[in-house]
Design a protein around this ligand. Structure first.
Ligand code: FE
Length: 206
């Protein structure tokens, strides 16, 4: 029943970081906007890129995808992305008939090793309480309007099990390399709150 957060940064560390940042700013060593840029980089660029590489490989390598769905933790580790202690990764695949959505109803458990830091909406009370109760309505607010025939599976994360959604490969992406495919993968698509749009012309979105 453990839902502890030993992997989350302790508040004391957050305070120390803040104190250090303030001191460095006051002394003129760092520009606070530069710090924000670094944080943004890790939040939005570096973190989720690991997951995007996993997804792109799954799209292009059937054997890899098979292994990924059977044993997420071990298969993701093949690419060098290792979860924190005691954390199991489970990959779930979106298909034309099944849509997967990930939430942590109790707090904000999230697959840090592949997605970096969670978006703020993921941690919001509204998302956590509504995702299980009315997933279709929540998805609609994210712009994901699913046909009633599509089955929606909601996965509740814990400190032991984290989920990675393999979104459907965008239409029109046939000629793209694995790296180009990874560039198409958004963070929200790996949580289930975004469906990747078709690639209208190869290279256009790159
Ligand atoms: Fe949690």
């Amino acid at each position: 029943m453990s839902h502890d957060h030993e992997q989350d940064p302790p508040s004391e560390m957050a305070l120390r970081v803040k104190a250090l940042e303030t001191l460095l700013t006051q002394r003129g060593y760092v520009d606070p906007s530069a710090v924000d840029k670094v944080i943004d980089h890790y939040q939005n660029a570096v973190g989720p890129r690991n997951g995007a590489k996993v997804v792109a490989k799954a799209w292009t390598d059937t054997e890899f995808k098979k292994r990924l769905l059977e044993n997420g933790t071990q298969t993701i580790a093949e690419l060098g992305f290792i979860g924190l202690q005691g954390e199991y990764m489970v990959a779930v695949e979106n298909t034309p008939s099944v849509h997967n959505l990930v939430v942590c109803t109790l707090c904000s458990c999230y697959p840090w090793s592949v997605l970096g830091l969670p978006p703020s909406w993921y941690k919001s009370h509204a998302y956590r309480s509504r995702a299980v109760r009315e997933p279709r309505a929540v998805l609609k607010e994210f712009g994901v309007d699913l046909d009633q025939s599509v089955e929606v599976n909601v996965w509740d994360s814990t400190s032991e099990v984290r989920y990675l959604v393999i979104p459907q490969r965008p239409e029109g992406s046939n000629g793209l390399s694995e790296a180009e495919l990874a560039d198409l993968v958004t963070t929200n698509s790996m949580i289930g709150t975004h469906v990747l749009p078709p690639v209208s012309k190869v290279g256009e979105q790159l």
